[in-house]
Design a protein around this ligand. Sequence first.
Ligand SMILES: Nc1ncnc2c1ncn2[C@@H]1O[C@H](COP(=O)(O)OP(=O)(O)OP(=O)(O)O)[C@@H](O)[C@H]1O
Ligand SMILES: [Mg+2]
Length: 259
Amino acid sequence: MRVILDNLSKAFQNGDQAPVEALREIACTIEENEFLAVVGPSGCGKTTLLHIVAGLLCPDTGRVFFEGSVSNGRPQTAVVFQELALFPWRTVARNIEYGLEEMGLEKKVRKKRVKEYIDLVGLSGFERMYPHQLSGGMKQRTALARALSLDPLLLLMDEPLSALDAHTRMLMQLELSRIYEKTRPSVLYITHSIPEAVFLADRVLVLSPRPGRVKAVLTLDLPRPRTERIKVDPKFVSYLDTLWGILRQDGKGGTWGSI
Ligand SMILES: Nc1ncnc2c1ncn2[C@@H]1O[C@H](COP(=O)(O)OP(=O)(O)OP(=O)(O)O)[C@@H](O)[C@H]1O
Ligand SMILES: [Mg+2]
């Protein structure tokens, strides 16, 4: 699927306070099968952008166009929200199963798919736990499994690995790139981690501090499949340097989460 973001702007009204301008004139295309990472300072409108693409928020100006979305049974879109949005009354397994039920898959197929993705995100043994019984990272892995198991044409992810420890995060990055290379959805991936963006993506979109504008788009000429070894490739290191350079120009313009 090709997704065209055409001149998107969004401001929020907060009662009698001055409006907050979150996004200004965002123009960019997520190409068919492309992995596009978005980075930018906290509060610059990344989540707002993802919510607009997901159809959950209306932009004040501009539109989102979806092209070539013949699905052949694959769902159009799956989302991993920053707030995760797990169903508290459903277990880990039943949360993951939810979208598969909506797709109308029969029980046997659903159970098999759920098991596959529970193994993949390392949650075996926790199938029957409820969200309140999980750590933050485990909840995040449940939300990730729920979205990935749908095998959508467009995958929207908002900091899906931010709550994981460094080791698990590295393993999940490898799994994510492996799944992406196998199923080739179009991806919009928000992260605070520059190395993660460069490791996973085909291009990185850098947003300015609020109001978020397109500050730069960096195309990454790195081979796939991505492996750990790519992190010592001189090109990988130079992309990190370039992105840090672009972000440093913002000076005190924003705060950053974990790198
Ligand atoms: N529903 C809303 N009502 C009012 N203001 C909002 C709403 N959603 C977002 N905002 C404001 O819009 C701006 C952008 O928020 P957004 O959540 O998109 O940022 P972000 O880049 O995702 O930040 P972070 O990296 O911290 O997740 C912020 O100033 C926020 O306060
Ligand atoms: Mg956000």
